[in-house]
Write a protein that binds this ligand. Structure first.
Ligand code: GLN
Length: 489
């Protein structure tokens, strides 16, 4: 093991090395900070790098390790998506609107990971207010894919995904409102988990669409996702939608074999639009599960085809309400020399938000307005129920659902920016799980022309253990998740 470069190791392997004093947290942190700085001009994956604070936290972790007071995550470096409030550290949400915002408090997942002894390396780049599928809407410029820097890494957690893909950090947090963890995880060859809605507190996570937003993580392996989920899951009195339910031992659950697992293959996910190369790899992955003793059957989600239009009514509606607070008075960027109050609002919002955020606010305001509310918003809520019912019916027959995470491998920067609808269709396989509040993950399952492809696994509410165990079983049989882009190896 000691022959493996530090950056190529998983969190679990790094924890083992720290425990055995093979290296210190300060050494590990210094190594990764050097890689982060060197890769920044190529990938633009970070918005802030907090080197000094990281080295201080690492020294403190080394102290805890020496004193025998370490937990399983003590001294492990991570990065937070810049949507999570971090005390004393700039928190921009990828927007000019919050370009100078220093948060006075920590989001709950940040506080929990800090208490667990992790070392924060900095904040990752992201689509502005998490709106996007390619990480091209950030005020801080696009993120590039480490497998080919002419291509997008996916979005909106594209910085977190690119970092882990390039092994600049072993793991990073992300958020998933319509696919923003699973889709970039798939396009960069990493493992990404979106937990059940309510499993992880949303306190301190800047809101986009509150009934859909969920915090999760991107890491090299399913095992690492299990370690991190155990640390951030649980009830939080400061988030009334977080669920009061015990947190299981996700790591122990990884040992559950795939034998007897009933896998449903979503019929509607294998139609037109799915790249033939992606489909071939998915079929090979299903064969791996079959060899392990799982059973496969086709299931149908008859209303899933309505998930993209439903999401693009519900999410903008909620965003138009959530983003009303950024007016240059209560929160956010304020324009220079306003001539009156209206001018202050108009120019502050006009300057602070980018084009995609404005498009969502306008769509959302429209679908909530008198006369259109019933026709659009209420109807979308009804369809959302139908989609949830489809999933519930499927889970009467199978334990998990499997299918693609994305229609194609990563695409070139700029390829879809002129046409929002084409961009929105990227999330066709991921949005359903958000509308129904279900947990879902993406694990690497192979390469098409040198670009990674993701296998999506969706489970019933609070079935994270099943998803992680299935992905872990797959990752023990395959090494796709251990592949690294040559430029960053
Ligand atoms: N791509 C989707 C959107 O643009 C989902 C984003 C997300 O999950 N945050 O809204």
């Amino acid at each position: 093991m000691s022959a493996t470069a530090l950056h190529a190791r998983t969190l679990a392997e790094l924890a083992d090395g720290l425990a055995k004093r093979e290296f210190s947290s300060v050494e590990l942190t210094r190594h990764l900070l050097g890689r982060l700085e060197a890769a920044q001009p190529r990938l633009n994956a970070m918005i802030s790098i907090t080197g000094e604070a990281a080295l201080a936290a690492a020294a403190q972790a080394d102290g805890a390790l020496a004193a025998g007071k370490a937990g399983p995550l003590t001294g492990l470096p991570i990065v937070h998506k810049d949507i999570f409030c971090t005390e004393g550290v700039r928190t921009t949400c990828g927007s000019r609107m919050l370009g100078n915002f220093i948060s006075p408090y920590d989001a709950t997942p940040v506080a929990k990971l800090k208490a667990a002894g992790t070392v924060l390396l900095g904040k990752s780049n992201m689509d502005e207010f998490a709106m996007g599928s390619s990480n091209e809407t950030s005020w801080f410029g696009p993120v590039r894919n480490p497998w080919n820097t002419d291509l997008v890494p996916g979005g909106s957690s594209g910085g977190s995904a690119a970092l882990v893909g390039a092994r600049l950090a072993p793991a990073a947090t992300g958020t998933d409102t319509g696919g923003s963890i699973r889709q970039p995880a798939a396009l960069t060859g990493v493992t990404g988990l979106k937990p059940t809605y309510g499993r992880v507190s949303r306190y301190g996570m800047i809101a986009f669409a509150s009934s859909l937003d969920q915090a999760g993580m991107l890491a090299v392996s399913a095992e690492d996702c299990a370690l991190l989920l155990g640390a951030i899951a649980g009830f939080d009195p400061r988030d009334s939608t977080s669920v009061e339910r015990p947190v299981p031992d996700y790591h122990a659950a990884l040992a559950t074999p795939a034998r007897g697992l009933r896998i449903g293959l979503v019929k509607e996910f294998f139609g037109a639009g799915l790249d033939a190369g992606n489909e071939k790899l998915l079929r090979e992955a299903f064969a791996v599960f079959e060899r392990l003793g799982a059973t496969l059957e086709e299931v149908s989600l008859p209303n899933i085809g309505l998930s993209v239009p439903t999401y693009y009514v519900v999410a903008p509606a909620e965003c138009s309400s959530n983003l009303a607070r950024f007016d240059g008075v209560r929160y956010g960027h304020r324009c220079a020399d306003p001539k009156d109050l209206l001018d202050l609002y108009q120019r502050s919002r006009g300057e602070g938000f980018g084009a995609e955020v404005k498009r969502r606010i306008m769509t959302g305001t429209y679908v909530l307005s008198a006369g259109y509310y019933d026709a659009y918003y209420l109807k979308a809520q009804r369809v959302r129920q139908l989609i949830s019912a489809d999933f519930a019916r499927a889970f009467e027959r199978v334990d998990v659902l499997m299918g693609p995470a994305t229609p194609t491998p990563a695409f070139p920067l700029g390829a879809k920016t002129a046409d929002p609808v084409t961009m929105y269709l990227n999330d066709i396989y991921t949005i359903g799980a958000n509308l129904a509040g279900l947990p879902a993950l993406s694990t690497p399952c192979g390469f098409v022309d040198g670009l990674p492809v993701g296998l999506q696994i969706i489970g019933p509410h609070f079935a994270e253990e099943k998803l992680l165990a299935a992905a872990h079983a797959f990752q023990r049989e395959t090494d796709w998740h251990r592949r690294m882009p040559a430029e960053f190896a």
